[in-house]
Design a protein around this ligand. Structure first.
Ligand code: APR
Ligand code: ZN
Length: 252
């Protein structure tokens, strides 16, 4: 299986990666679904929807400040670094991620599309003010505050710049992602349950165009039915093994 995946990847002309929360699990970032997923402990409807924010911005900010603090303290893992190496080798043209944890950027991937936003970005729903909260080293005191943050330009309550359930994905990243998927002859799908749309259309687009689908996951997902190769396992281990095999194939 690993050999077959390595051969497909080494032969590809335009490979992309599509990642979900599972790639960050080994960095200590909780996934959403599955046994100890966030949505098993919290109700997404109370924390990650525009209605929830409208109803109780304090609760939503408490949840996001907790997640920001947790994510600020974690590091990319071997799977993230394997994707950086594949990009450096010229084999991976882009990473399209559903994750908001910034770990692909921290690991060093250059060509990166964040479909669901970035947890360290905040924005004003009224005037469009937008900021990366880590700038000017203010993250710690931002996380220590209790009250909801207000826009310095217009005074409205600021929100995390992430996509909530029922919201449209940001136009440019979505356009970019589908154009990459339209050109790809291989998609490496890592650590996603593949049940959230429109993001999950990305691997399906590559598959519809006759491209190869390689999936890395600890269990089957909504993508497994279209996977040419399913590599069962933790993404860190599997991606390390895949990288070694690809090097072997390329060095003949
Ligand atoms: N290695 C590989 N895969 C893993 C690992 C691991 N160590 N740990 C968990 N997984 C797999 C799980 O089997 C599951 O298929 O990662 C997937 C995580 O699925 P979800 O928690 O549903 O995360 P994701 O697919 O990214 O969710 C998509 O849903 O809540 C929204 O916006 C949120 O971007 C998120 C979207
Ligand atoms: Zn404003």
């Amino acid at each position: 299986m690993l050999g077959e995946a390595a051969r497909l990847l080494a032969r590809s002309k335009f490979a992309i990666a599509f990642t979900g929360a599972g790639i960050s699990a080994e960095s200590g970032v909780p996934t959403f679904r599955g046994p100890d997923g966030l949505w098993g402990h919290y109700r997404a409807e109370e924390l990650a929807t525009p209605e929830a924010f409208e109803r109780d911005p304090h609760l939503v900010w408490k949840f996001y400040r907790w997640r920001m603090g947790l994510i600020a303290g974690v590091k990319p893992n071997r799977a993230h670094y394997a994707l950086v190496e594949l990009e450096r080798m010229g084999l991976l043209k882009a990473v399209i991620t559903q994750n908001v944890d910034d770990l692909h950027r921290k690991a060093g991937n250059r060509n990166l599309i964040e479909l669901h936003g970035n947890i360290f970005h905040i924005r004003c729903p009224s005037c469009g003010y937008h900021k990366d909260i880590r700038e000017s080293g203010r993250l710690d005191n931002f996380l220590a505050q209790k009250e909801v943050p207000r826009c310095p330009e217009c005074g409205s309550v600021l929100r995390p710049d992430v996509v909530w359930f029922g919201e449209p994905l940001p136009r440019e990243p979505l356009k970019g992602a589908f154009s990459l998927a339209g050109r790809a002859d291989l998609v490496l799908v890592i650590g996603t349950s593949g049940v959230v749309y429109p993001a999950a259309y990305i691997p399906y687009t590559v598959w519809e165009n006759g491209g190869s689908v390689i999936e890395v996951n600890t269990s089957e997902s909504g993508i497994t039915p279209i996977a040419d190769v399913f590599l069962r396992g933790k993404s860190g281990e599997v991606m390390d093994g895949l990288l070694k095999k690809v090097r072997g194939v390329l060095n003949g």
